[in-house]
Design a protein around this ligand. Structure first.
Ligand code: SF4
Length: 216
């Protein structure tokens, strides 16, 4: 269990799932560089970000920008949309669903699913309920994708949250690992992914060798 002063931003979960170093640069070193993709994402969230929005249509009540936190994960954040479905038997809105809005299309990695599941775990803790699934809405396909909160996904969320806290406490930003994902990364100019762990040592040794030759 974490204390409130130890909570980390929930948004970091998706950064960490995409790349540990990107998370470290943003959340430990407080560096942020916007590119077209992040700007589009921010504008999309701005459109759905309305903390006073509550709408009821038929048996569904929609609430936007809901604050969330989890003591077990030690994170806090905002859910884009929470939907409440009416249970006619008890005449109450007692079934919940969580919806996250994203720019573009479904990703090839699991960063969106991991973020949504982290939000769900927060809501479960806060309301003492169980959520079996939620939805990602992608603006390019204008369609919802159902995400099942199975044990594997929950375990991954817990693992990432633990890693984030451990690195954050040590103030340690992971080293770059160059990959395909770097092409669209907003941090690539700061990160210098070409200096991977291996290349960094090799480059350092080459420089050292050149310096020694100069001094001979
Ligand atoms: S450039 Fe690559 S290694 Fe660096 S933060 Fe981005 S994804 Fe990670």
């Amino acid at each position: 269990m974490y204390e409130e002063n130890e909570y980390l931003p929930l948004s970091g979960i998706q950064h960490y799932a995409f790349c540990e170093r990107q998370w470290g640069l943003i959340h430990i070193e407080q560096q942020w560089v916007e590119n077209v993709l992040t700007a589009e994402g921010r504008l999309l969230h701005h459109r759905v970000d309305d903390p006073y929005f509550i709408e009821t249509r038929g048996d569904v009540k929609t609430v936007r920008s809901v604050p969330l936190c989890s003591r077990t994960l030690g994170i806090y954040g905002i859910a884009d949309v929470i939907e409440l479905y009416k249970d006619d038997e008890v005449d109450n809105y007692s079934h919940y669903s969580i919806v996250e809005y994203k720019r573009g299309r479904p990703k090839t990695d699991d960063r969106d699913e991991v973020q949504l599941c982290a939000q769900a775990i927060c809501l479960e803790e806060m309301l003492e309920i169980k959520l079996n699934y939620g939805y990602m809405y992608y603006d390019q396909i204008q369609h919802r994708k159902k995400v099942i909160f199975n044990e594997n996904l929950r375990e991954r969320v817990k693992f990432i949250a633990e890693q984030m806290h451990s690195l954050y406490d040590r103030g340690e930003t992971p080293l770059p690992e160059k990959g395909k994902r770097c092409q669209n990364c907003s941090m690539k100019d700061i990160c210098l992914p070409k200096l991977s762990k291996k290349n960094k040592v090799k480059g350092y040794m080459n420089e050292l060798y050149k310096e020694m030759q100069k001094n001979d």
